[in-house]
Design a protein around this ligand. Structure first.
Ligand code: AMP
Length: 279
């Protein structure tokens, strides 16, 4: 696995792959890799001739400077974790590569960026859309792999790729969880053992609520009960706990079209998100 830090060097390599007709997959990450990230890497290696994993902590998607500062940066151990996989390149651009002096373009996606994390983290999805458009162009990828743990993000980057004719298929991959049900996240590193244990109530609550709605309980009261359960277990505040239609993330009152539950909740100063399909 080659470590590349400049977009020109990356372009030189991908040009050669293109000439020989090889398909290219990219896995965008912010590092601090865990088994959730590695499941995307594994899916990319299974599907593509060449695989690029990117590692860039994107300042434009953090609406809170303290969150950005606290974000773990672990390039060396990330490279060790990738060694068993058939990854061709670990691409680690710095801020100047991504946002040189004079950089002035922001990509903003209407509709699917509204609500949920878009409402509680202003500017977050503009930052995501902008960096992902750049990473897809820089890697010249045919396929880009994203986790369903960030389901709204998958919908945002799908729109970016389609709307800007980037010719890159967005491949969603299932959420990887701890045995307790807690979705793996770099942010879990900031929870102590007891908090991590308590956090398992998030998935348990989503599962119970999804089951209740699928079996005919009225969604509003099922969601109220779920909010009560999270708060009773010492989690909170709750940024949102909502049911949305899968296709376009529209707010719905029932699950006649495929729908999902979405939650963002705080625990010991750490913001955790998760989502689950109903039925
Ligand atoms: P991040 O480094 O947090 O930006 O995440 C990079 C990619 O890994 C994104 O596509 C995330 O959705 C995905 N990811 C993060 N956690 C998980 C997980 N538990 N299961 C599957 N994919 C994940």
């Amino acid at each position: 696995m080659k470590i590349i830090r400049s977009k020109s060097e990356l372009r030189e390599l991908t040009r050669g792959w293109r000439v020989s007709g090889e398909s290219i997959g990219v896995v965008p990450t912010m590092g601090a890799l865990h088994d959730g990230h590695l499941s995307l890497v594994s899916a990319a290696c299974a599907r593509c001739d060449r695989v690029i994993v990117t590692l860039f902590v994107n300042p434009k998607q953090f609406n809170n400077p303290e969150d950005l500062e606290k974000y773990p940066r672990t390039e060396d151990s990330d490279a060790v974790k990738l060694a068993p996989y058939d990854v061709d390149v670990l691409y680690v651009p710095d801020g100047a590569q991504m946002y040189p002096d004079g950089f002035a373009t922001t990509i903003s996606v209407d509709g699917v960026s509204d609500g949920l994390c878009g409402a509680t983290r202003p500017g977050h999805f503009d930052g995501v859309a902008t960096v992902v458009a750049k990473l897809l162009r820089q890697s010249d990828a045919d396929f880009a792999f994203f986790g369903e743990k960030d389901y709204q993000q998958v919908q945002v980057v799908r729109r970016v790729s389609e709307d800007l004719d980037l010719n890159c298929e967005i491949v969603p991959c299932p959420t990887v969880r701890e045995d307790s049900g807690l979705a793996l996240s770099s942010r879990n590193l900031r929870l102590d053992d007891a908090a991590r244990q308590r956090a398992s109530i998030i998935h348990a609550t989503l599962s119970e609520t999804a089951r209740a709605i699928a079996s005919g309980q009225e969604a509003g009261s099922a969601l109220d009960k779920a909010r009560g359960s999270l708060l009773a277990h010492g989690l909170g505040p709750i940024d949102y706990l909502e049911m949305r239609r899968e296709r376009d993330l529209a707010v719905v009152q029932d699950n006649t079209a495929p729908a999902r539950l979405f939650v963002a909740v705080w625990l010991d100063g750490v913001r955790l998100i998760d989502n689950l399909a109903i039925g």
